[in-house]
Design a protein around this ligand. Structure first.
Ligand SMILES: Nc1ncnc2c1ncn2[C@@H]1O[C@H](COP(=O)(O)OP(=O)(O)OP(=O)(O)O)[C@@H](O)[C@H]1O
Ligand SMILES: [Mg+2]
Length: 242
């Protein structure tokens, strides 16, 4: 699925009645199967942008184009499970057509086998995030949106889930957008890295990584991370100086 984004602006009202811009001139396109990663400071507008791209918010100036019949899978920043439904029911409700073999494989890969009959209130945040991932993957999306899916997980688990996201995305060529504060995840997962400014979010840099995910060595990953850090710090120094 190809995605074409031209958002001129997105404005919000605050509780005091003031209006402020959250997004400004967000223009990019993603080819089918590409993984784009947004990295930007807290509060800059990443979740706002993801909601627009998922089609959940139409109140902005600009245009987002994707095929009308594209299947969308989304992992929200908060897991957002239905509290009165079991883990298994939460996933099945999102993907009623998914067959048992596929769901079993998904639960196994995400380490959720023992939790299928548990309710969200019985889960740790890390487990709830995995259920949210299972729900997004179960729909076999053409377009996958992941808003900080690996936050608050320990390093080993985050690395394992990151590999699983990479496997899934590569096996079905899913056009994907991921938000993260972790430059290591960005450098390992992304084909394109979008570095965002503080609010209103603008694209400070749009970096294409030529080497396929699987072929990236540790030296290249370190170089990508250093490049991201240099650009983010450069922006911070410029802002502090102005
Ligand atoms: N419904 C709303 N009404 C008013 N302001 C909002 C609303 N939702 C978000 N904001 C504000 O818009 C800005 C962008 O919020 P958003 O959640 O998109 O940021 P973010 O980049 O996802 O941050 P984080 O990294 O902390 O998740 C913030 O300043 C936030 O306070
Ligand atoms: Mg957010």
């Amino acid at each position: 699925m190809r995605l074409e984004v031209n958002i001129a602006s997105k404005t919000l009202n605050n509780a005091a009645g003031g209006r402020y811009d959250v997004l400004a001139d967000i223009n990019f396109s993603l080819a089918a199967g590409e993984v784009g990663v947004f990295v930007g400071p807290s509060g800059c507008g990443k979740t706002t942008l993801m909601r627009i791209l998922a089609g959940l918010d139409h109140d902005y100036h600009g245009r987002v184009s994707r095929p009308a019949n594209a299947r969308i899978g989304m992992v929200f920043q908060e897991p957002r499970l239905l509290p009165w439904r079991s883990v298994e029911q939460n996933v099945r409700l999102a993907a009623p057509l998914a067959d048992e073999a596929k769901l079993s494989a998904l639960f196994a890969v995400l380490g959720l086998d023992a939790h299928r009959s548990h309710f969200p209130g019985e889960l740790s945040l890390g487990l709830a995030r995995r259920v949210a991932l299972a729900r997004a993957f179960a729909v076999e999306p053409d377009f996958l949106l992941l808003d900080e899916p690996l936050a608050s997980l320990d390093d080993a688990l985050a690395a394992r889930l990151r590999d699983q996201i990479a496997n899934l995305v590569d096996s079905r060529s899913v056009t994907t957008l991921l938000v993260t504060h972790n430059v290591d995840d960005a450098a390992r997962l992304g084909d394109r890295l979008f570095l965002l400014s503080s609010r209103p979010a603008r694209i400070l840099a749009d970096l294409s990584i030529g080497t396929p995910r699987r072929a990236r060595g540790e030296a290249e990953i370190a170089a990508i991370k250093a490049d991201i850090a240099r650009r983010i710090n450069g922006d911070r120094i410029e802002r502090d100086a102005s």
